[in-house]
Design a protein around this ligand. Structure first.
Ligand SMILES: *Cc1c(COP(=O)(O)O)cnc(C)c1O
Length: 486
């Protein structure tokens, strides 16, 4: 594969600039002219189109193939939500349009979307109020932790620590730390696959500001002891935080608010109709119970007695601004359209399909791969390549071999508590045919690892760049080095 500069031929043209028709036009005065050539590549239009089209076809995305990246819900997102987000009445709105005085009517539709989305999320999650400002899941966590810190500050509680299970997403301890807390990992019970309640009892105390949980957790297991954990936390005036980045397992089935969670964040770009990856826009709305409403960030959307909507900034205990304007409005708009389109019944079916797909794939793979926690899973499951590792084939080798078979690998080496872990999330949008093809590829890889372990060394072979030294590639972003395949 060559870069576009390699294709440059001196004198070749893709465009010709017209002669200047500005009357009295003179050339740029001598002192301001370049002394050296620009070093642009010289190509025909066709060369350029072919180059970039070829590059785009090397990309792997959820629009091109199965993408079972556990803990990331890389599902297919419907395209109608993109169309709605592009509607002129929404996409042309200026964020500084007045919402109260003259011109206020122009923003009423957008404010109504925000207001109604907040109440839909309240209903879905069982919370009392939501903010749509946070612009990512991790940003939502930070917002949630800042709200928790403001609550304790307001009550003059002296809290120093946040307890987080050892299988949690890495953003959890980071967010708690940025909000000013030290963090301690709570061990997972290896048999049940959920947090060890006895260990939590030993660790929790008056210094505990919050317990941050993901339920179902990153092993894909639902923790049914949630009420006991909540009682334990609340006894010490610690708050219970729910990481709802991947809500697809519980939609319409379980509401974090009903499980006595005080704060929850959800990822609209995982669960609610916005594709994610590549650093694109996201949204991590945060929901809270009544006792935390005063601390939500400003602005807040309110509905006035005459039925119109407005932004309200008058919340003296608020943690303040956490995002410019109203967060990522287009992401909120897509979530709004997605929720309305599916309705309550459709959302429950999302959960049923997500859970069914994950259990189906797990059971198809359980004879070929170690399943550290073979219980009914939720939207995802974790297998281990420990059996294959005895033949020298590690999770990373299996991931690379999957690429050659046309599949994006699952998340590997996370959660950290499982050796050679591979975390698979099929998602609710995949068909049985796709799942069977993936299972077939995994079984084929398991067979290959028994028969000829050397054959893995060269994988992936179907990609322009082969196996890299991944640590070096991340630290030294040298594209030429990557292309040489060294
Ligand atoms: C993705 C994810 C996050 C972080 O969300 P970002 O939008 O990537 O910041 C947090 N927790 C869990 C469980 C996740 O899967």
């Amino acid at each position: 594969m060559s870069v576009i500069y390699d294709k440059s031929v001196p004198g070749r043209r893709g465009v010709r600039l017209p002669r200047s028709d500005v009357p009295g036009h003179t050339a740029i005065p001598e002192p301001y002219r370049r002394r050296s050539a620009l070093n642009l590549c010289e190509l025909s239009e066709l060369d350029v189109v072919r180059h970039f089209t070829a590059l785009s076809r090397k990309n792997f995305g959820v629009d091109t193939g199965f993408y079972p990246l556990g803990s990331c819900t890389m599902k297919y997102n419907p395209k109608f939500t993109e169309k709605i987000a592009q509607l002129d009445g929404f996409s042309s709105l200026h964020p500084l349009l007045p919402q109260l005085r003259r011109g206020g009517m122009l923003t009423q539709g957008a404010l109504a979307v925000l207001y109604e989305l907040e109440s839909m999320l309240c209903e879905i999650c069982g919370m009392d109020a939501f903010t749509l400002h946070p612009m990512a899941g991790a940003h939502g966590e930070l917002t949630g932790m800042m709200i928790i810190a403001a609550y304790h500050h307001d009550k003059e509680n002296n809290k120093t620590e946040v307890l987080i299970p050892d299988e949690s997403h890495g953003t959890n301890p980071s967010s708690a730390a940025i909000a000013g807390y030290s963090t301690r990992p709570v061990p997972t019970n290896r048999k049940t696959g959920v947090l060890d309640l006895e260990a939590l009892k030993d660790m929790i105390g008056d210094q505990t500001a919050a317990v941050m949980l993901t339920n179902p957790n990153t092993l894909g297991i639902f923790n049914a002891q949630i009420r006991e954990i909540a009682d334990l936390a609340h006894k010490h005036d610690a708050l219970l935080y729910y990481d709802g980045a991947n809500l697809n397992a519980i939609l319409g089935k379980f509401r974090p608010g009903d499980g006595d969670f005080d704060v929850v964040h959800v990822n609209l770009h995982k669960t609610f109709g916005t594709p994610h990856g590549g650093g694109g826009p996201g949204a991590g709305p945060v929901g809270v119970k009544k006792h935390l409403v005063d601390f939500l960030p400003i602005s807040r959307v309110v509905k006035r007695s005459d039925g119109t909507h407005a932004l309200d900034y008058d919340y003296p205990k608020s943690i303040g601004y956490i995002a410019p304007f109203y967060g990522n409005f287009s992401v909120c708009l897509k979530a709004y359209a997605y929720i309305l389109n599916l309705g309550a019944e459709g959302l429950s079916q999302v959960a049923e399909n997500a859970v069914l797909n994950a259990n189906y794939a797990m059971h198809c793979l359980k004879d070929d791969f170690e399943v550290p926690c073979l219980r009914t899973c939720m939207h995802e499951f974790v297998i281990s390549a420990s059996r294959q590792a005895e033949n020298g084939i590690r999770a990373l080798d299996i991931a690379k071999a999957l690429i050659d078979r046309g599949f994006h690998p699952p998340t590997v080496y996370f959660p950290l508590i499982v050796k050679e872990s591979m975390m698979v999330e099929p998602t609710e949008t995949e068909s049985k045919e796709t799942l069977d093809a993936f299972v077939g590829a995994m079984k084929d890889i398991a067979r290959q690892s028994r028969e000829s372990s050397e054959s893995f060394a060269g994988a992936p072979q179907s990609t322009p760049v082969g196996r890299l030294d991944e640590t070096r590639a991340a630290r030294q972003m040298d594209f030429a080095y990557a292309l040489s395949g060294a």
